[in-house]
Design a protein around this ligand. Structure first.
Ligand code: SAM
Length: 332
């Protein structure tokens, strides 16, 4: 899977992510992004996820979704978007569907104004209410535009942090059950350097599972190879629940994600050291360089050995935190 970040900027300022206020220099152009996707597809990538920062801030999002469609003939199977949803109007949801977008995952970390404000770095509960209302509207816009939650085309991500929004677990489960959306609970991860991550703030998947399972019995469905999430079905027919437990249950062994930042730096791990990415721009600059790009990406993939989540040792982290590239830059 290729996770392609379109921008490092975000219109929210979630303290656990802390996006940049401005773009890196040398953003890739649309034709350059298309070159990257084409090379990845040639190397076997079947799934493209557009992310950020907040990808809806990017004016060429719809154009890019449209531009990659011919790559389906060469093996691309799905084009997905991860967004906070606050800018997803009915018009944009329809335009994205018409352009060929298959799936949307929206992110929402609370079911009331104060929690949303706290988790999204907003000024007050009123701002949180407004953000919440816009995400709930985005869910409606996306389903009306044809993104069918029952077919897994519309899902909700939530990061749960102990002491900040762990009281939102059941309300978020309720909200997603009511709307037929899969809720994907993400353990709070030590990505980036700015969020002041502490192991105590992580609510492990096992605890999340127990709390939800005590309320609504769950049947395990397992984790697909190469997938990030373990999934469950609500026993009462209330839909699906997923957990991305990269802290308590790492899945480096079958990780198949290549990440390319908005300025064309390729990383093979979400927890990569900031300087360890490979700049694809020299291969994108000149005409006729597609072969070099494909070869460069293939070489990067073959020599990858990162397995940070598996190597992570609690004791080590408490003594000295390794430096990581920022989440908003890497694109989640
Ligand atoms: N702005 C978009 C959004 O909100 O979905 C896309 C980018 S965002 C970086 C992608 C996902 O990463 C979001 O669901 C966000 O909650 C999650 N995320 C960011 N920082 C995280 C962290 N430290 N731990 C776990 N998840 C995190």
């Amino acid at each position: 899977m290729l996770r392609l970040s379109l921008t490092a900027r975000c219109n929210l300022a979630c303290p656990y992510c802390l996006p940049d206020g401005q773009e890196p220099a040398d953003l890739l152009s649309l034709p350059q992004r298309l070159q990257v996707v084409a090379a990845a597809v040639e190397l076997g990538v079947r799934s493209l996820r557009l992310t950020g920062g907040e990808p809806l801030l990017h004016p060429e999002l719809e154009a890019l979704v449209k531009a990659v469609q011919p790559l389906r003939k060469r093996g691309l199977r799905e084009v997905a978007l991860t967004s906070n949803g606050t800018l997803l109007t009915a018009t944009r949801a329809r335009a994205l569907r018409q352009a060929g977008l298959d799936r949307i995952t929206l992110s929402l970390d609370g079911a009331d104004g104060p929690s949303v404000a706290r988790m999204a770095g907003l000024a007050d509960a009123n701002a949180g209410e407004r953000a919440l209302a816009s995400v709930l509207a985005a869910i409606d816009h996306a389903s009306e535009a044809g993104f069918d939650p029952a077919a897994g085309e519309l899902k909700l991500n939530a990061v749960i942090q102990r002491g900040l929004n762990d009281d939102q677990l059941l309300p978020l489960a309720e909200l997603t059950r009511e709307r037929g959306l899969e809720l994907r609970l993400i353990e709070y991860m030590d990505v980036g350097n700015r969020n002041g991550w502490r192991p105590e703030a992580v609510v492990p998947a096992a605890e999340l599972l127990q709390r939800i399972g005590d309320r609504w019995p769950l049947q395990p469905l397992g984790r697909a190879t190469g997938g990030t999430a373990r999934r469950w079905r609500y026993g009462d027919g209330g839909g699906l629940l997923a957990m991305v437990a990269s802290v308590s249950e790492p899945f480096c062994g079958d990780c198949n994600r290549l990440r390319v930042t908005a300025d064309g730096i390729a990383y093979t791990c979400l927890f990569a050291h900031p300087g360890s990415g490979i700049d694809l721009k020299p291969w994108l600059a000149a005409a006729g360089t597609q072969t070099h790009l494909t070869q460069g990406l293939a070489a990067l993939w073959q020599r990858r050995h990162d397995r940070y989540s598996e190597d992570r040792s609690q004791a080590q982290l408490e003594r000295e935190r390794p430096s990581h590239a920022e989440m908003a830059y890497l694109g989640g």
